[in-house]
Design a protein. Sequence first.
Length: 355
Amino acid sequence: MKIFTTLVLLLAISPAFAQTDSTRQITLSGFLDAYYSYDFHNPALHERPAFLYNHNRHNEFNINLAFLKAAYATDKVRGNLALMSGTYAQYNLAVEHELLRHLFEANVGVRLLPRVWLDAGVFPSHIGAESAISRDNLTLSRSLGAENTPYYETGAKLTFAVSEKLSLTGLVLNGWQNIHEAEGNQNKALGTQITYKPSAKVTLNSSTFFGNEKPDNARQRRYFHNFYASLAPTTQWSLIASFDYGLEQKPYGERGYNRWWNPTLALKYQALPKLGIAARAEYYHDRHGVIIGTATANGFQTAGYSLNLDYAPAQQVLWRVEARLLDSKDAIFTKESGSATHKNTALSTSLSFSF
């Protein structure tokens, strides 16, 4: 109840602030994503595979993500506060302290130089092309790569807009998707982002992460790179191609690194102003379970295929339907009977509203 009371107060006081000073720029926005998913393995606990954090409740109507956001911006100062609820927050922020699980975004920024901003707080991840807001992505579900890289980060970042086409960002972070620091870990992580937009139709992005995600007495450095290209050659076609590659030191006493990698390709065709069709193909290779652990001989080596249909009856409303197949090298999925299988199939639908 406290979270919803805070959201109401946020809506109530923001217009008042906006009226006290004409130089202030306060905007309110919100998003609500109601969904239903059916996993053909019919899991008894209504939970889809543990490496999925969105639209992951089986055979029940639920809210994936609902948030209200207030954004403040002038030419020298900016800030964002967004509070959320839903199964996305329940599963994706399960390791955070209870009072922090409703923070979707909370950050402040100041312009240090004409083209340089310093921001600090909790903000969306600098890694990957996919957002936690489902309607902003080409497909309803997130790719395996997006689900298993940070959605949010906590720290400080310095952004330099070199030109209208090129921006450079350096980050100091608490770690790989966490607000509070893990017990026994006194390290900070580093990150970089280079975004180049040669035209309005093309975006090229390179993001890195360097850090230790284990306690100090069992340090295992992690090095990660994501590259993606986003193309919109016409008003009807959109394409995103991405590739992830990561290294993590083996446990103390062992030499070398464990590796994982992940290519993803998503394509969307806007057939009519209100009707769109999208498809995705992906593969996630994590032989040693650095990110996605399994108890099988070959670890997590899984291909995925998705087919998506979008219908927008109004500008603020989007209805999406998606069929998704995951196909693993080992039998990592569990059927209702308890037997293991290589494949997992699900149908999901979502009705979202934004303002």
